[in-house]
Design a protein around this ligand. Sequence first.
Ligand SMILES: Cc1cc2nc3c(=O)[nH]c(=O)nc-3n(C[C@H](O)[C@H](O)[C@H](O)COP(=O)(O)OP(=O)(O)OC[C@H]3O[C@@H](n4cnc5c(N)ncnc54)[C@H](O)[C@@H]3O)c2cc1C
Length: 536
Amino acid sequence: MQTSPEPQADYIIIGAGSAGAALAHRLSEDPGTRVLLFEAGKASHPYTPLPISFGLLIDRPGPNWRFFSEPEETTANRKIPVPRGKLLGGSSAINGQVWVRGQHLDYDTWGQLGNRGWSWSAVGPIFKRMENYEKGGDELRGGDGPQGVSEVDDQNPLYDAILDAAEAAGHPRNPDYNGADQEGMVRTQASIRNGRRMSTAECYLKTARHRQNLTIVTEAHTNHLILEGKRCVGVTYERGGQVHEARARREVILSAGAIGSPHILELSGIGRPDLLKTHGIEVLHEMDAVGENLRDHIIARMQWKLSQAHLSYNHRASGLGLVGEVARYLLTRRGFLSLPAAPVMGFLKSRPELASPDIQLFAIPYAIKDVRRRTPQPFPAMGFSVCQLRPESLGSIHIRSADPYAQPAIRFNFMGERIDQETMIASVKMAREIADQAPLKKIRGVEFVPGADVSTDDEIEHWIRSTSETAYHPIGTCRMGPNGVVDDHLRVYGLEGLRVADASIFPTMPSGNTNAPSIMVGEKCADLIKADAVAT
Ligand SMILES: Cc1cc2nc3c(=O)[nH]c(=O)nc-3n(C[C@H](O)[C@H](O)[C@H](O)COP(=O)(O)OP(=O)(O)OC[C@H]3O[C@@H](n4cnc5c(N)ncnc54)[C@H](O)[C@@H]3O)c2cc1C
C-alpha cells in the first residue's frame, strides 16, 4: 500500500451529496475550522445543469453508481436498477428535482421515536433557512437561503385538465404543499432556478469552494475508516490508483448516502459480527443495526394515450421536436428540457378518514417505453406514477465482499407488508379514478399500461410486483434512535469521533421525495457539531 503525506483537518466529510455538501458549507463558514470533503465522483458532468438530465443520467456510467438490487420474490425475482449520484452534489446532481419537505407529522414521529430535536418544531426552521424560494419567504417558507427552489411555470392545458380532474375526484388544489398542509393536487416545486438544476454542488459548494479552510478532493474513493480503539481518527481513500490516509483532529462524518454509508461502516469492521467474519473483516465494533431498516418507495408507472398531440411532449423528446426544444431552451431556458421529473403532483388520501395523505401521484406529460433508455412512445401519451408515501416494509443493504469496490447486496423487500400492498393497489385505483373524471376523460384515449386486463386487486398486485421499480428514495440504513446506529446528535453509538449525516439516518420515510430532508440532515448535523464543540 502506498501512502501519501497525511492531509489533516478538523473534520473529514465522506461524500459531497445532498447532505455532505450542505454540511461542508456550514462547517466551513467558520474560518477557524478546517474541513476536508472527499467525493468518489468527478466535480461535474456536462448534462447536470439541464433539468431534463435526470433522464439522461439515470443509467449513465460515470456520474452514476448504477447499483442493482438482489433478485427478490416480492418483486418477481428481478434485479432492479438503483441509480445514485457519483459527483459533487451526489444524487441531487442527477435527481428529478421534485422539492418536497414531507409532512410535519413525519418529523413529529421521529421525535416520538426518541430523537430529541428532530420534531417539526425543531426542523421546520431548518427547512426554512435552507430555502431560497422564488416566491419569497413567509412564516414557513425561506426566501434567502442557499437552496434555489421554484414552482414549475410550464404551460400546458393538460396540467389544468389533471388538476380539474383531481378536484372532481375530491382532491383539493393546494397552493403550497410545502407549507402548512401537504394534501392536494399541486404544481410541483422544484430544485430548479431560471431553467437550471439547483444541486447542492451549485447551491452549497459553489460559494464555499473558494474558502481557504475547505478542501474538496474529488475522485477520492473512501475505502475504510481508521479506528484507534473506539475512536475514529481518519480514513483511507484511493485516488489516482494509490491509497492514501487522511486524519481528522476532531471528527469524521459519513455522508456517503443510504447505500454508501452502511457499506463503508461494514468495510471498516463496524456491523454484525457474523456477516463481517464471513467476509474476513475483523470486527472492531459490533453493531447489528448497520445496513438494516432499508425503506424505499416502490413506484407504479401507468400510461394513457392522449387524443390531442399537442398535449403530450412525446414528440419533443426526439427528432425535429427535440431540435426545436434544444433551441428553445438555449434561447429562453424554458420548455421540455427545463422540466423536473413531474410538473404536476398529488398528495392524496386512500381513505377519507386518514389524518394525512398516504399516496403520492406524479403526473407526466409524456410516456416512455423504458425508464433507462428513455425511448418515447410513438404516439401522444401521458403518465401517472404512484407510490405509497410511508412504506412499512423493511429491507437491508450489506457487504457482499471485503473489496471496497464490490457493490453491496441491496434487498428492498418491496410490498413485504400487507399495508404496503393495500396502499399500492389503492393508489393505482385512485389514479384511474382521476383519469376517469370528465376534464381528463374528454382528452385522453385508452390506458395502455397496465391496461384493461389488469383490473382485480390480485391482477394489480401482480402487475406492480412484476414491473415496478424504486422511486430512488432509499433511506434508513444507519437509523437514528434507540437500538439504531446513531443517536440524536448523529454520533455512532459506542464510538467517538464518528457521525453519520445523510438519508441513511432517517428512522422512517418522510412523506415524499427525499432530497430536501437529506439536505436538512446536513444542515442539522452542522448545528449539532457546532453546539457539541462549544459544550466540550
Ligand atoms: C435518479 C434519482 C432521482 C431522484 N429524484 C428525486 C426527486 O425528484 N426529488 C427528491 O427530493 N429526491 C430525489 N431523489 C432522491 C434524492 O436525490 C436523495 O434521497 C438524496 O440526494 C440523498 O442524499 P444523501 O446525501 O443521502 O446521498 P447522496 O446525495 O447520494 O450523496 C452521497 C455521496 O457520497 C458519495 N460517496 C458514496 N460512497 C463514497 C465513497 N466510498 N467515497 C467517497 N464518496 C462516496 C457519492 O458519490 C455521493 O456524492 C432521486 C434520486 C435519484 C438517484
